[in-house]
Design a protein around this ligand. Structure first.
Ligand SMILES: Nc1ncnc2c1ncn2[C@@H]1O[C@H](COP(=O)(O)OP(=O)(O)OP(=O)(O)O)[C@@H](O)[C@H]1O
Ligand SMILES: [Mg+2]
Length: 312
């Protein structure tokens, strides 16, 4: 990562009608850095991305891509590649044919096209499918070809809006590897995601947007340390869906429902507390299928930030 940002956003404000969607957001992303923009639905993430792509003029503040305003200057827009959430490829055409079309569309000169396509396929690990029609590819491959299509003109900033919606774990890991490889070639990556596991695994820095404001930003590990210190997260997976009594017992133990039958809480005395919890629950006839103790994650941080907003 270098010191000079490729992307600068100063005091971004935007409103639709009289509705304020961005209320003064600053953002920098550096070459060779992966920045994950997080936040609940409606926080303003896609609006910010739209402004960075120069799709509209902000009602306040400024965006600069390598010093130039992408709304005004086409050469600034050419410095970025956008990977849309939907797969934007021609199903009947092969991977190579798609990339040739997208290369031409993004302004790659004819004489540069073959090496650009080869390098995009290599970076996204799709070369082994170059002659396969896109409609025959698995979802994970399609996502990677979608990325390949966005990097043919060698952008300095790559933006991905929700790249892992509907992607299974293996495909996601392959996608993460591709994103890391790009970062390691010096590309700046801005990724908008609801997938906190992915953000935690990938991001050099994260920013939380809430109601049009950036409320927290930093290196994931450090933010987690600052927020939770030595606390550990205890995860309790129940065998059976607890009934109302069971739920109130779990709640009285300080556990909150995560998803499905998974309950969680934080504790300074992680492993001991987990053992005692297991004993107490069994004593009350609630049999955990599994209890895990692990360091807190971005998920915990996200819940914490959401609680601030409820308290506010
Ligand atoms: N073109 C538009 N006209 C009017 N309101 C809009 C428009 N686009 C977005 N909004 C509103 O602006 C707010 C922010 O939307 P935005 O899409 O930026 O949020 P987001 O953080 O990307 O959310 P999500 O996680 O759901 O994608 C929302 O309340 C949305 O309804
Ligand atoms: Mg969005």
């Amino acid at each position: 990562m270098t010191d000079r940002p490729i992307l600068n956003v100063w005091g971004a404000e935007h409103q639709y009608g009289d509705r304020k969607v961005l209320r003064g957001v600053d953002l920098t992303v550096h070459p060779g850095e992966i920045y994950a923009l997080l936040g609940p639905n409606g926080a303003g993430k896609s609006t910010l991305v739209g402004a960075i792509c120069g799709r509209f003029k902000l009602t306040g503040g400024e965006v600069a891509l390598d010093g130039q305003d992408p709304f005004v200057t086409a050469s600034a827009r050419a410095r970025l590649g956008l990977v849309p959430q939907e797969i934007a490829l021609y199903g009947h055409m092969t991977v190579r044919e798609n990339l040739e079309v997208f290369g031409r569309l993004s302004g790659v000169m004819r004489c540069d096209l073959a090496p650009a396509v080869a390098s995009a396929m290599q970076l996204t690990r799709t070369a082994d499918r170059e002659h396969v029609p896109v409609r025959h590819l698995s979802g994970g491959y399609r996502r990677r070809v979608n990325i390949a299509a966005a990097i043919l003109h060698r952008p300095q900033l790559l933006i991905l809006d929700e790249p892992t919606v509907g992607v299974d774990i293996d495909a996601r890991e392959a996608l993460d590897t591709v994103i890391r490889n790009l970062r390691d070639t010096g590309v700046a990556v801005l990724i908008v995601t609801h997938d906190l596991d992915q953000a935690g695994a990938l991001a050099d820095r994260v920013g939380f947007l809430r109601e049009g404001r950036k409320v927290l930003e930093g290196v994931p590990r450090r933010l987690i340390e600052q927020a939770f210190g030595q606390e550990m997260e205890i995860l309790v997976q129940m065998h059976l869906e607890p009934d109302m009594d069971g739920e109130s017992i779990l709640a009285a133990e300080g556990l909150e429902r995560r998803k499905g039958n998974l309950w969680a809480r934080l504790d300074l005395d992680g492993y001991n507390a987990a053992a005692q919890l297991d004993r107490r629950l069994r004593g009350l006839g609630l049999i955990p299928r599994e209890i895990r103790v692990r360091a807190p994650s971005l998920q915990n941080l996200f819940s914490l930030v959401a609680d601030w907003s409820r308290a506010a």
